[in-house]
Design a binder for this molecule. Structure first.
Ligand code: G3I
Length: 380
């Protein structure tokens, strides 16, 4: 074969290869929502700056990457209902309008929680604790007003948040002490009355841990047996690099699926920093003193840890994809690393790297890894 012929043949092969690569590249999804369109919606918790258009960079990422949003703080009781008879709907209205403008699955978070709820809710004008009937009426009025306002627009509510202790017993919150265990059932009933079409979630952290998981499984079983309209369980997913294992995540999703509820991964982030507490928890009340040893990456994250984080995210999304018949939503708890609550909990002023976009809004190795898992998820 002459040199000229060989060169022509080589160029033809190269051209074919480039076309194939381009086609393959063209197939690779460029967004999380596209990568998982056959599996579940992919969301982000968004903050007031993003809701009100003051974080243009964050908004660009949200609109390009996600098809669901959750309100990190603006719909919590202390913000939306700060005083008796006083509701503050300006920013929540903008939140819902934002989601509708971008055709997103809109989540409401959260109705009944022991944290970020004003003290007046549990007390009378003299400062004494109110009785069961009074607190039930306050809960009812809050839920009717807030859920009712967004009826048919917010598609899913975190109705009760974090009602369990680590050992699976019921947290002795003011809700529990004043009303009793049925505060949980009542909250779901009131939410269902206010919007019968809304999906209703019980949301908690560390449900992968055996004792707490057993407590949650028993709680959901009791609620379902009583005909309470619980649609899904939210595994918050405030995880670490090392644990819980993908096998434990897999088993946890399967355990809740057996109860006939859907599963949402409602607040996913993966902390790369040294644990500041022995227990795996996300209890917002925990506070730990600053210590340089607990903040090793203040000047940047080593490539080796970026790679570890990428593998961890890929492994977890592999489990979520495996259970896409049950997992209906995966929400990242923030947009970029700079937005994350993990920078200030349980130690204030740390530099954490728990999400898929870095502090300059650029996709991390973990983002690419998650896209690849989605792209390889077979649709059957
Ligand atoms: O808005 C005020 C601001 O005006 C003030 O200057 C500043 C002073 O510290 O505080 C700001 O409020 C903070 C709020 O986030 C908004 O940034 C609160 O102090 C702070 O406690 C609050 O933290 C939130 C945390 O819940 C506590 O409620 C985090 O952003 C939020 O990510 C986190 O989310 C919770 C979920 O709702 C439930 N599951 C656990 C998860 C992590 O704790």
């Amino acid at each position: 074969m002459s040199t000229k012929t060989r060169t022509t043949a080589g160029l033809a092969v190269l051209a074919a290869l480039l076309i194939t690569l381009a086609a393959a590249a063209a197939q690779e999804p460029t967004s999380l929502k596209e990568a998982y369109k056959n599996a579940f919606v992919v969301g982000a918790a968004i903050n007031a700056l993003q809701i009100t258009g003051q974080d243009r960079r964050g908004d660009a990422i949200i609109e390009a990457q996600f098809n669901s949003i959750s309100p990190e703080n603006v719909l919590k009781w202390e913000n939306v209902h700060p005083a008796p008879g006083t509701y503050s709907f300006e920013v929540p209205d903008q939140y819902v309008a934002y989601g509708e403008k971008h055709h997103m699955f809109i989540v409401g978070h959260c109705l009944v929680w022991h944290s970020q709820v004003p003290a007046w809710v549990f007390r009378d004008e003299k400062g004494s604790f109110v009785d069961r009937e009074t607190l039930l009426k306050r809960m009812h009025d809050h839920i009717q007003t807030v859920v009712g306002r967004y009826k048919g627009r917010i598609q899913s509510w975190d109705v009760v948040n974090e009602a369990l202790n680590e050992d699976g017993t019921l947290r002795q919150s003011s809700w529990m002490k004043i009303i009793g265990e049925d505060y949980i059932a009542k909250a779901f009933q009131y939410a269902h009355e206010a919007d019968p079409q809304a999906q209703l979630t019980y949301n908690d952290y560390s449900l992968e841990n055996e004792a707490k998981r057993k407590g949650a499984l028993a709680l959901i079983t009791r609620l379902k047996a009583a005909g309470i309209p619980v649609t899904s369980v939210g595994l918050q997913g405030h995880l670490g690099l090392q644990g819980p294992s993908v096998e434990t995540e897999d088993d946890t999703i399967s355990d809740f699926a057996k109860l006939g509820v859907k599963v949402v991964i409602s607040e996913l982030d993966i902390d790369v920093l040294p644990p500041a507490t022995q227990q795996q928890t996300a209890d917002v009340s925990l506070k730990v003193e600053q210590d340089a040893k607990l903040n090793p990456y203040a000047n940047g994250l080593p490539q080796s840890v970026q790679q570890e984080l990428a593998k961890r995210y890929a492994d977890l999304f592999g489990v979520f994809s495996k259970h896409r018949d049950v997992v209906t939503r995966v929400t990242l708890w923030g947009v970029t690393d700079a937005d994350s609550w993990r920078n200030n909990w349980p130690v204030k002023g740390r530099t954490s790297y728990p999400l898929l976009f870095d502090r300059s809004g650029q996709p991390k190795l973990a983002f690419q890894a998650v896209i690849r898992v989605g792209a390889n998820t077979k649709t059957e």
